[in-house]
Design a protein around this ligand. Sequence first.
Ligand SMILES: Cc1cc2nc3c(=O)[nH]c(=O)nc-3n(C[C@H](O)[C@H](O)[C@H](O)COP(=O)(O)OP(=O)(O)OC[C@H]3O[C@@H](n4cnc5c(N)ncnc54)[C@H](O)[C@@H]3O)c2cc1C
Length: 446
Amino acid sequence: MQGLVILGAGLSGLGCALNAPGAKIFEAQSHLGGHAYSHQQDGVYFDQGAHISHSKNPTFVEMIKKSAKDVVEIPKSHVQNYYQGKWFTYPVQNHLHEQPLEVKTAALQDLIDAHLEQAANPKTPENYLEWCIAQYGDFLTEKFYKVYTKKYWRCEMQDLSIDWLGGRLLPSQLHKIIAGSLGPQPESQAAFAAFRYPAQGGFFGFFESLYKGLDISTKMKAVEIDPIKQWVKFENGQKEHYQHLASSIPLNQLIRIIKDAPATIQQAAEKLRCTKLLCVNLVINQPKLTDNHWFYIYDPEVEFSRVSVPSNLSPVALAEGKTALQAEIFRRDDEDLNIDELVEHAVQQLSKMLNFRVIEDIQSINHIFVPRAYILSDHQRATAVSEITAWLKQFNIITMGLYGRWNYIWSDVAFHQGQEAANKITEQKYDSAGNIARSSRIQRAG
Ligand SMILES: Cc1cc2nc3c(=O)[nH]c(=O)nc-3n(C[C@H](O)[C@H](O)[C@H](O)COP(=O)(O)OP(=O)(O)OC[C@H]3O[C@@H](n4cnc5c(N)ncnc54)[C@H](O)[C@@H]3O)c2cc1C
């Protein structure tokens, strides 16, 4: 589509461009894919934090499988938790038979109390803490969920809303929890029991070929936008005029670079929070150090919250006799982080946990720093996002994607939001007779 400029070549930018032939994409980085990009190290691909496809959207799944050509289907995920020197199956509440008697009984007692209380006085939870207590009871919430929230989200449970939970955490099913307290259950209890992954190229292997033929310029960071004259300026000074702008760049950054955005909108943008992520990648000369596809670590003194195992995701990911590990360390966006120190600690702690020698066994160590990892779904987010998007509506600017809309979405939804953005723009641009509609210019507020 002539006149459409897309900012960002992540998956929402990709979905938008594929639905709008002729659109131009501008990407700040030297590579495509955004958060879905995979980095090569010693012949193995490391993603930007654990990435798998568990999409249930048949059209999307068919597209990525065709694009990747060779795909590994994993019918049952191996996922564990690590806490105080012990391993247990994820999620903890569905495998209570692995816990000591006193933990098991306290957990079941509080869980049943929570269900009875909910039945007697039904209450809609107002935050993540209330949701967890209602679902799992006080004991499990205090012992596991509170500890992990501090590590992973770097905040208190009550600071989080519940609008991000859908599909990520399972509401408790009493019969499954009771059965799981008696012994192992045949069926997987994890939220992402089955998933798929490309045989080659890491997670980006699902998408790389889809970018072929698109009009993309890389190393083009947008630094200024005039929404009235309808141009974007890039870091190298180049200006691009547009009729429609589809942006997947972080919403707060978008507002910072729009000329004369009103103070109320700038204030809303500054309320948006997220975490940052340091991925420590190791290739180790030891065969299969774990069967897990990924695992979670609850101990506060262990730097990393999650470890994924790329060599278990694809059988051809790495030569036999080696293991690839990625440890993920999260910090809030306003926290400092000393990369060298954290990498060193993480390597030492991981070597003790999985029993390998730092000097003799490690073939290579590298890291990936992701300045924006997960959006923080705190109580300010939803209102701030709607204020900003409502204001942007008067211009021919549409936002899409993970940070474009500051919402916690998976890859298939990001792609779909891009497609939807293209469809909306096409509907606006052409009237029912197929004639080009006049672009309506409305004066800025404020
Ligand atoms: C740690 C982590 C784990 C995840 N795991 C999974 C998973 O297992 N499965 C799954 O399906 N999804 C997963 N996701 C979600 C998935 O990665 C995202 O939903 C998807 O990749 C987002 O695509 P996007 O295009 O919306 O955003 P992005 O990928 O952020 O793309 C935006 C693009 O804009 C570019 N940009 C930024 N500023 C500018 C500028 N000023 N000018 C020009 N370009 C700019 C960026 O460089 C980037 O390429 C995960 C996300 C994270 C953070």
